[in-house]
Write a protein that binds this ligand. Structure first.
Ligand SMILES: Cc1ncc(C[n+]2csc(CCOP(=O)(O)OP(=O)(O)O)c2C)c(N)n1
Ligand SMILES: [Mg+2]
Length: 793
């Protein structure tokens, strides 16, 4: 009996040892495959088959450890060193890695970016083809990687913050496809040198305040390209520098762990406990993973022998994590030399084969285009030597790209323009133009059912005795209805919660809907945007506030780099329906009356930019945006909150179509195009001009992005033959944008009797006080003077 029992225990022990052994060897296999991928990829770049490469060699072991604790529902926001993590979690294959290296534009081959991103920029699908959120709570999720160092930080904060929202907001518990009681951890990775960036510090502080499930891994290889960490970080150590954030009993803060990047067993042990704790308690953590290496240097551009000392290079060889893991396996008798050699040989073979498959998938469609082009060109060649040369040149290319095909076809069309068979060449050229447009130029915005441009407009209704109320009250009543109506909406920003924003749009609503849905944030525009991005990516409908338009610059980077590119860089696999609410245009002084619209529309292609003239129009635009998946910036008129407006009776249903200007005064002599606060000044001027027998037609463009989709401004111009574009931006800013749209895109120049004009603010920011405003920004006398000049011309 007793002996039997012992042998059963032995058996169990043996079994669990074997399981453990197999798991270690499986991890080692991933490490080897990942290393081979780095080595072979570098060769592909050096031989010219790929343009640039950046790899995860030297970081493999930490990533197989980290991958063990990444559960379905979790998110990663990281950077370009994480291929091993992707392989270990099964979210990427080696073949897919190579497809992206070759910039294969087929989403089936590069499922992260359809060739739109540099290699090692990963993503998983968040929304289906119709823009509906997938079951993210049961999937492993990668928010699309970006190249700017630390740009993942604001979004990482937001992805983790969303877990807190899902856990704390009861009305969200029903959405179990989006979250499982907020148990999802966001794994964030960043390089040691990138922790020098402001957004890193802002995010770490905010995480400590917010108490959210964020796990930040710093891959510390001692360098940011050539600059060592002594030049990057106080005390040369990010864990030391951040030690003041350490959580203690009874405080908030973060937990800080130090790990060694080659210590497989040590890392697994610490991460097991630490990640569990993050998941349960929502206490964020920093994992400072030291002693990592770069066997091949930073990237395929340049070599690290130029800046690393011989002793550093020797140290890196010895402490290479792959070598250390191998030694550890042998020392602990988990496998013998032969078994490890087999794993290594198989990895080499597997990676080579994967590379070859990816290359064939990439090159075959192009080769087909080359073949067809040559066939068509032969039909028009006759004895045209130049075309024969084109055929020769194209056939001789060993690694042709689509560009070569297009250039050849374009030349042939010119060279054989009179040939009877040229039409076929032209047709093929057009067909490929269309195909390439879809491959390289699509999906900047939602194009399907969730496009904001497909939302049906609904006019505002007013009762006969509709109340006249302050602008802010229109918004206040609207937000009240909105929060009752749409459980996924949350709103936050500086002073937005307790006092209900600086202009009372949310006044009283925190009491009614709870601190979990309407709340204050610290003064940190970059990460307020990040909170919005993370929540939007996870299927919520955040309204994130920038207190004044002038402070948008602090939050512009995540909007421009991240939000505006998300849909494009994932070819529609991720949507970020964030609404950024702010207020701007005229008020007082250099930093409270800005209207830098040119800067905004040029940096935010991929977002919509709404510039409503009053709060009623703003409501109609909010409703439209909330029906769609497109992200947008809403700029309310800072001086409009106390102006009276008629209260519509259908606040929650009223929808303004984007890109549809509205004529707010009809006229016959001059078309004046503008938006926002400027319109009231133009209306005032128009009254005077009426008395002078100059009849102005005033057009409110309503949205700058998109701009006048139906070319309605042209119809006004056809009637008046004179046009003036006015705004409060600098010369050459958004007024020049509108000018370009109407003159070039709409062909407005054909309908002009006199030169078209712009009227803008001065080059400098507005001086303070009433006179500062009057002499810095366009005023009604300016409008009258220019209108008179145009009439006299
Ligand atoms: C905002 C920004 N500045 C500069 C760069 C160029 N750059 C790319 S990687 C890099 C170094 C990053 O070093 P580190 O964070 O330590 O990561 P590692 O590459 O060492 O893993 C730099 C300066 C960039 N991508 N983004
Ligand atoms: Mg580094």
């Amino acid at each position: 009996m007793e002996t039997n029992q012992i042998s059963e225990e032995n058996l169990l022990e043996n079994l669990s040892f074997e399981k453990f052994r197999q798991e270690v060897l499986k991890d080692y296999k991933v490490v080897c495959e990942s290393r081979e991928t780095s080595l072979l990829s570098r060769k592909e770049v050096l031989t010219g088959k790929a343009k640039f490469g950046i790899f995860g060699d030297g970081k493999e072991v930490a990533q197989v450890a980290m991958a063990k604790f990444f559960m379905p529902g979790d998110f990663r926001a990281g950077y370009y060193r994480d291929q091993t993590f992707m392989f270990a979690t099964g979210m990427a294959t080696v073949e897919q890695f190579f497809s992206q290296l070759y910039a294969d534009p087929d989403l089936n081959n590069d499922p992260f970016s359809a060739g739109r991103q540099m290699n090692a920029h990963f993503a998983t699908r968040f929304v289906d083809e119709n823009g509906n959120w997938l079951d993210l709570a049961h999937k492993k999720n990668i928010s699309s990687d970006m190249a700017p160092t630390a740009a993942q930080m604001p979004r990482a904060l937001g992805l983790a913050f969303a877990s807190k929202v899902f856990r704390e907001v009861e009305v969200l518990h029903q959405f179990d496809n989006l979250s499982n009681n907020g148990n999802e951890v966001c794994f964030c990775t960043i390089g040691d040198a990138s922790t020098s960036e402001g957004p890193f510090w802002e995010a770490m502080n905010a995480a400590g305040v917010l108490q959210i499930p964020l796990a930040v891994f710093v891959w510390d290889d001692g360098y940011g390209i050539s600059v060592p960490k002594e030049y990057q970080t106080t005390k040369g150590s990010i864990s030391k520098a951040l030690s003041g954030l350490q959580k203690k009993d009874g405080t908030n803060g973060i937990n800080i762990y130090k790990l060694k990047g080659w210590d497989y067993a040590g890392m697994c042990e610490i991460l097991d406990e630490a990640i569990k704790n993050i998941r349960e308690t929502h206490t964020p953590a920093l994992f400072h993973v030291e002693e990592m290496t770069q066997p091949q240097g930073h990237s395929t551009s340049g070599s690290h022998e130029r800046y690393k000392s011989p002793s550093r290079l020797a140290w890196e060889k010895e402490w290479d994590c792959k070598r250390q893991m191998r030694d550890w396996i042998l020392a602990n008798s988990l496998a013998d030399e032969n078994e490890l050699n087999d794993i290594e040989d198989n990895a080499k073979y597997f990676v080579k084969e994967s590379k070859q498959k990816a290359w064939e998938k990439y090159i075959n469609p192009i080769k087909k285009q080359v073949e067809k082009t040559i066939t068509l060109l032969k039909k028009v060649a006759d004895d045209n030597h130049e075309i024969q040369q084109c055929i020769k040149d194209l056939s001789s290319l060993r690694e042709p790209v689509r560009r070569d095909v297009m250039k050849t076809l374009a030349s042939a069309i010119d060279l054989a323009s009179s040939n009877d068979n040229i039409q076929e060449v032209k047709n093929y050229y057009e067909e490929l133009l269309k195909e390439n447009k879809e491959l390289f130029d699509s999906d900047l915005y939602n194009e399907g059912a969730k496009s904001a441009l497909k939302v049906k407009p609904v006019p505002a209704h007013f009762h006969e005795d509709a109340e006249l109320v302050n602008g802010f009250e229109i918004l206040n009543r609207y937000f009240d209805e909105l929060f009752a109506h749409n459980k996924k909406v949350i709103a936050f920003g500086e002073d937005l919660g307790h006092i209900g924003d600086v202009n009372q749009g949310f006044s009283g609503l925190q009491d009614k809907y709870g601190e979990e849905r309407i709340f204050d944030t610290g003064i940190r525009e970059n990460t307020i945007m990040g909170q919005g991005i993370g929540c939007a990516l996870r299927g919520l409908r955040p309204i994130a506030e920038i207190q004044y338009l002038d402070y948008l610059l602090f939050g512009l980077e995540p909007l421009s780099d991240d939000v505006a590119t998300t849909h494009f860089r994932t070819k529609g696999q991720q949507s970020v329906p964030l609404i950024v609410r702010t207020r701007g245009h005229r008020l007082e002084g250099i930093w409270h009356s800005g209207s830098p619209m040119g800067m905004i529309i040029n940096s935010l292609r991929g977002m919509y930019v709404c510039v409503p003239r009053n709060m009623t129009q703003a409501v109609g635009m909010y409703n439209t945006l909330l029906e769609s998946n497109d992200p947008a910036l809403m700029i309310e008129c800072l001086n409009g909150y106390r102006l009276k407006e008629k209260l519509p009776s259908n606040l929650i249903d009223f929808k303004v179509a984007l890109g549809m200007p509205e004529t707010i005064k009809e006229g016959t002599d001059i078309t004046i195009v503008s938006y926002g606060s400027m319109l009231r000044i133009i209306q005032e001027a128009a009254e005077t001009l009426d008395k002078l027998n100059i009849s102005c037609e005033i057009v409110d463009v309503q949205t700058l992005l998109p701009f006048d989709l139906n070319h309605s401004i042209l119809n006004s111009l056809k009637k008046t033959n004179r046009i003036l574009f006015i705004d409060e931006d600098v010369p050459g800013g958004a007024a020049a944008f509108m000018f370009n749209k109407v003159m070039e895109e709409q062909g407005g120049y054909r309908w002009l009797d006199v030169a078209p004009r712009t009227l803008t603010a001065k080059d400098h920011r507005p001086s303070y006080g009433s006179d500062g405003d009057y002499f810095s920004k366009p005023n009604s006398e300016d409008v009258i003077r220019i209108a008179k000049e145009m009439m006299a011309e």
